[in-house]
Design a protein around this ligand. Sequence first.
Ligand SMILES: *[C@@H]1O[C@H](CO)[C@@H](O)[C@H](O)[C@H]1NC(C)=O
Ligand SMILES: *[C@@H]1O[C@H](CO)[C@@H](O)[C@H](O)[C@H]1NC(C)=O
Ligand SMILES: *[C@@H]1O[C@H](CO)[C@@H](O)[C@H](O)[C@H]1NC(C)=O
Length: 425
Amino acid sequence: MQLNQLVLLLSLPATILSFVILPEADVFASPPQSPDSSIICPKRIDEAVGDGVTGPSTSAGSRPCICHEAALGEIEVLAEVAAEHIPFADLVEEVVEGPTVQVTRLAPKHANAAQPDGEDADDQPLPVVIWHGLGDSADAAGLQEIAELVDMVHPGTYTYIISVTGTRGSADRQASFFGNVSQQIETVCHLLAEDNILRTAPAIDAIGFSQGGQFLRGYVQRCGSWAPKIRSLLTFGSQHNGIAEFQKCSGTSDWLCQGANALLKSSTVWSDFIQSRLVPAQYYRDLNEYDKYLEHSNFLADINNERKVKNATYAENLAKLDKFVMIVFGDDRTVIPKDSGWFDEVNMTSNSVTKLRDRPIYKEDWIGLKKLDEKGALDFLTLAGEHMQLVDKDLMKLFKSYFGPAGKKFGGTAPLAPDSGKLDL
Ligand SMILES: *[C@@H]1O[C@H](CO)[C@@H](O)[C@H](O)[C@H]1NC(C)=O
Ligand SMILES: *[C@@H]1O[C@H](CO)[C@@H](O)[C@H](O)[C@H]1NC(C)=O
Ligand SMILES: *[C@@H]1O[C@H](CO)[C@@H](O)[C@H](O)[C@H]1NC(C)=O
């Protein structure tokens, strides 16, 4: 991007600017795929945005700020659009509208209806639903590899990848940035409930990658009494307790990255306008502005029952899970703080961590986590590596432990040491 274009960009009103910058900011994108083919990156930057983004990472720690070149190309286009004096409303319509959520049905060759049908019905693995993360799209090869892995571990698994919007990957990807999360979840509830296989299965299992994790939890809490029931919910690097920052920038010269952070730190993040449209803003949670968060958060403050008036249904529904497995990436530098994946609260000023079990949300059981814990259904796991850096043998171990036929018993077989949460491989 040329300097004059940047100047043009920065002269736009903040609200427009945030929309121009954020679609490609790749807040939670994973590091580029490792040359090691055993590592699957469901959110590979190269797939999502095209070529020439970043080279192979030398190490997880040297991950560049992800305001990358391909993104700049798109920003240029948007900046031009803005410069042509297209009315503000039109610009926003263009970017924001149309996130009807769709389900992409992956049909493994040997997928069977989950309906009981003769003697083999007991062995039929439950269907698996996957909700991808920010900046990803359902047709990404990485997600299909995940589905194939599930099918390898439990042959015949009927796997769904939830896709936000229509046919093109870029539209789906865009809807992971833009839309009203509550509406997106509601749509997903209906789509899953209308699906013949999911609605007739005794239950379903689910994988939420990054933000898809807290959205699937939203699905359970809000629609758990009528939509297909989730048995095991696995969330990978999710932001259950929100994010305090949108991303860490690699350097102070990274203008766009800094700009995105600055915008989201500004008051605009709490406006209804942003809260109803910008997906990550709806799980932004800043302890220093906790009152504003409580008042304006369109998703997280509600789904975590943080407001005075609690919704008891949320706790009832979540407590019905057989397993809620929260996986944190040990070297996650993308989710800030990464402890959010376990509902731990971090005071970013003093850098002190309050563990979930010491927090009111647990002690007063606002959303059913204590009930889950008491019945042995709450698992805290750690995987090595950066955000969404997945290794297939870890995944297979997890799928083996938590997915499979309906009658599966979980007691004692879990691959974990209760508190440390280390996955025993
Ligand atoms: C609580 O949540 C359920 C499920 O989303 C909803 O149907 C109900 O209206 C909510 N109750 C209140 C008091 O908001
Ligand atoms: C998001 O959608 C929900 C459900 O339609 C609605 O109740 C809520 O007001 C919307 N949020 C905002 C901030 O507009
Ligand atoms: C975070 O820690 C700082 C320093 O100890 C303290 O002053 C501040 O009140 C804490 N913030 C919250 C929200 O607890």
